[in-house]
Design a protein around this ligand. Structure first.
Ligand SMILES: NC(=O)c1ccc[n+]([C@@H]2O[C@H](COP(=O)([O-])OP(=O)(O)OC[C@H]3O[C@@H](n4cnc5c(N)ncnc54)[C@H](OP(=O)(O)O)[C@@H]3O)[C@@H](O)[C@H]2O)c1
Length: 273
C-alpha cells in the first residue's frame, strides 16, 4: 500500500462507526500517525477500547482539538452544535483550524455560525470506507480554499473514491451515497432469495449476488456506457433476462428504488433539526 505525506495535526472528534473507519484508513495509508492524529470522544474511557489497539490517544474533544490544524467532526448531526459550542468555549477554535464535517444534513452556513473564522468543508462518506471501498463527496463551505479542499480529498481518498459537488446536492448525496449501501444490501438479499427459492444454499446465493453487483458496477465505471445499453447486452430476444426484467418492471422496481433515494435525501435534510 502506498504511503502518502502526512496530514497536518488532526483531531478526529467522534469515534463511532465512521470515526473508527477514518482513523483506520488514515493510519493504514500513512496519512496520519499516532503522533499526528488524536481522537476526541464524549466518553474517552469508552473510546479507549477502540483507540488503544490503533495506538491512538482518546481524549476529551477540547483536549484533542487543542492546537490541531484539522478537525474532523464525526458525531451525529444532533451533536454537532453542542460539540462546536464546547470547542469554542474552551478556545480550541481560536486558531481557526480547518473544520471538516461528515454530519448528514448539517449545512456549512450553520457550521460557520458556530465556528466563525474557520475554513469549512462538508463531506459525505459511506460505510464501505471501512474497507477502503467507499465513496465520499466533498464540498467547499465558507472560508474553504483549494488547499483546504485538497486536504479533505486526501483524508477521504484513503478510504475509496472521492467526488466534489456543490453543497446544494449534499442531501441528495446522503440519500444516494450515504444510505445507498443499505439499499444495495436489500437488493442483494432479495436477489439471493430468488435463488434460495430455487434450492441454492443461502451463503452461496449471497456470494454470487455480491459478485454480480461488483462486476456490473465495475463494468459501468470502466466502460462509461449507459446502464440501459449494458442491459441490452444481457437481454437476448425471447430469452430469460427479458422475462426477469419484465417481472421486475411489473413490480415497479425502478420507481420504488428511485423513491427510496428521494425519500432518504428528504429526511437527510431534516436530520440536524
Ligand atoms: N454511518 C454511516 O453510514 C454514515 C455515512 C456518512 C456519514 N455519516 C455521518 O457520520 C457521523 C457519525 O456517524 P456514525 O455512524 O459514525 O455515528 P456513531 O457510530 O453513533 O458515532 C458517533 C460518535 O460520536 C460520539 N459523540 C457524541 N457526542 C460527542 C461529542 N460531543 N464529542 C465527541 N464525540 C461525541 C458518540 O459517542 P457516545 O457513544 O458516547 O455518544 C459516538 O461514539 C454522523 O453525523 C452521520 O451523519 C454516517
Amino acid at each position: 500500500m502506498s504511503h502518502d505525506t502526512c496530514l497536518p495535526a488532526t483531531a478526529l472528534l467522534g469515534f463511532g462507526t465512521m470515526g473508527r473507519a477514518l482513523a483506520t484508513g488514515l493510519l493504514a495509508r500513512g496519512l496520519a500517525t499516532p503522533k499526528t492524529l488524536r481522537v476526541g470522544a464524549r466518553r474517552p474511557d469508552v473510546a479507549r477500547a477502540h483507540a488503544e489497539p490503533l495506538d491512538l490517544m482518546a481524549l476529551h474533544p477540547e483536549e484533542a482539538a487543542c492546537g490541531a490544524e484539522v478537525l474532523v467532526l464525526a458525531v451525529k448531526p444532533r451533536d454537532v452544535e453542542g460539540l462546536l459550542q464546547r470547542l469554542k468555549g474552551s478556545g480550541a477554535l481560536d486558531h481557526h483550524p480547518l473544520v471538516v464535517s461528515i454530519a448528514a444534513g448539517v449545512r456549512t452556513a450553520s457550521l460557520a455560525d458556530q465556528a466563525p473564522g474557520c475554513a469549512l468543508v462538508r463531506a459525505m462518506p459511506n460505510t464501505p470506507c471501512a474497507i477502503g471501498k467507499g465513496v465520499t463527496v466533498v464540498c467547499a463551505g465558507p472560508g474553504a480554499e483549494a488547499a483546504h479542499l485538497e486536504i479533505a480529498k486526501r483524508i477521504f481518498g484513503c478510504l475509496g473514491a472521492v467526488m466534489e459537488l456543490d453543497e446544494k446536492h449534499m442531501d441528495t448525496v446522503t440519500g444516494l451515497g450515504g444510505s445507498g449501501p443499505a439499499f444495495i444490501y436489500l437488493v442483494l438479499e432479495a436477489m439471493a432469495e430468488g435463488a434460495v427459492m430455487r434450492g441454492m444454499p443461502r451463503a452461496v446465493a449471497l456470494e454470487l449476488a455480491a459478485h454480480v453487483a461488483l462486476g456490473a458496477s465495475e463494468m459501468l465505471l470502466a466502460t462509461g456506457r449507459h446502464p440501459a445499453s449494458l442491459r441490452d447486452d444481457v437481454t437476448t430476444p425471447a430469452g430469460c433476462t427479458i422475462a426477469g426484467l419484465l417481472a421486475l418492471e411489473d413490480g415497479r422496481i425502478r420507481s420504488v428504488l428511485a423513491r427510496g433515494v428521494e425519500t432518504a435525501a428528504k429526511v437527510a435534510g431534516d436530520l440536524a433539526s
